[in-house]
Design a binder for this molecule. Sequence first.
Ligand code: DMJ
Length: 611
Amino acid sequence: MVFRKLPGVSASGMGLRLSQKFVFLLFLSGLVTLCFGALFFLPDSVRLKRIFLSKTESQPVTVGTKLKALSRKPSVTNEAKTDKKDAGGEALEDMTLSRSKTESASKDEKVTSSSNQGANTDTSFDYNKFKKCLLKPPLGIEHGKPSDPQTLQRREKVKEMMKFAWDNYKSFAWGKNELRPLTRNGHIGNMFGGLRGASIVDSLDTLYIMGLMDEYNDAKEWVETSLDLNSNGEASLFEVNIRYVGGLLSAYYLTGEEMFKRKVMVLGEKLLPAFNTPTGIPRGVINLGSGTSWSWGWASAGSSILAEFGTLHLEFVHLSELSNNGIYTEKVMNIRKLLNKIEKPHGLYPNFLSPVSGNWVQHHVSIGGLGDSFYEYLIKSYLMSDKTDEEAKTMYYSALEAIEANLVQKSPGGLTYMAEWRGGILDHKMGHLACFSGGMVVIGADDGAPEKRQHYLDLAAEITHTCHESYSRSATKLGPEAFRFDGGVEATATRLSDRYYILRPEVIESYMYMWRLTHDPKYREWGWEAVEALEQHCRVEAGFSGIRDVYAQTVSHDNMQQSFFLSETLKYLYLLFSDDDLLPLEDWVFNTEAHPLPVVRKSFSLQKQVK
Ligand code: DMJ
């Protein structure tokens, strides 16, 4: 061997030894680098990472109120997806989850898997402490029982309607998403990515506040044993968020059942990959298994929809509250920042935005479908933050000012309505969905400029009156999907395709808020008119059904009991006939599916307050 003798080796021999050592060391360090690299680059390396990284390293860290993730995961590319078929706007039942050809994820778009975003932190949320921070008991002194006998009787009627709707769902559609009351079977649809039991999750809080405890317990047991979150289908991010995330969050906050919290955290984490776009604006459709996301096939140029990506804030703030992980708040604050910064035509927010460029795609503005709940979530974010979220407040009142300047109209007959805006041209139409805005304007009346308070109360009352007119002017006393103020009509649908009513809540929602904030008895009367109309035209032998033409003397049913009928329509009616101490507005904010979420108070929040 050349290197047998150490002492007295020649210079060239020494050089050889040194370079061999160097090569050996280089080889060793390469090997070590490779091994460590494999831990991070191989799929499913999460468990190994946990061994080598401390928890805090894989968690996001706080930088002021903004959070930054220290993700070491390499980027992967979304697979390109092809078109299925187009779906039209706000659909009646099966909103097709079509994919946008133009908007499949671009090759250089980087996404990280949710498991590596460290979404679920060990929680230290203290439910008892949270309860103590509420100003009032959630269910009031006596579950909001009204003292006057007529109101009590009306409330009992609404409770009976809920039990009827629920019992039929249970008999004929248990575990499916909705009941088909005419054919007495279940409907699954394709909005929830393979998740089931939408009517159950949407009903939990309604059953609970109505004191339908056997029914609530059945619902709870189903969620515990049968709500399978390992689905692999394509879901509407918006719908899953408002119905499932909202429903489970409310159930947890009202009951303190840890199981609801566990479920909602698992589901919340599955939604995170939808935000992995160049701008952080999520796309509309997400595969709950793979995390891949797409834009709706019908959304122009692969855009995301304002009412969809703008209706995540309340639920995501609560996901951060419960998990003590700021990542959810970070995602929605990022959306907020972009919307705050971007130039707005006449101060208005168009309905379509590119998740790639972050620019508006079309100048269509509406307070109804495609835009609606974005505005609702601005004022509700402010209220839910215990009035600390100044950014949301400013954005809301500026948006409202722009809406008033550009969209609010008075008909020749004196009805106030919110028209739609297409690049500066007004379409004198108001959707049923836009009727939520009476309630929105009234809940924000107190916190605007003091000199505007009365003006906002008047505006809210006028809009609610107009929406009531749209009901009064039909044969069924139920309102159409959209009504117009041109061609010689007022608050009336002119097109056949706008005449349907699918058990929607928005008009009744505004009655409820108007009642709570003004105590004008007409709102309870109008609510009762709606109960009678629902009973007469929508109640069938095995549940409640939507109708195809509110102007027809003899109705034709659409065979669908929407889950929002149980979650919203009946809940708002029940609250309308209850005392104000049932879910007091000082403590609770309703998400857009009527799921109550508590105001986040500094005294119990582990997260930094939004400033
Ligand atoms: C509900 O799912 C929600 O209220 C949503 O914001 C709009 N559409 C339906 C009810 O009409």
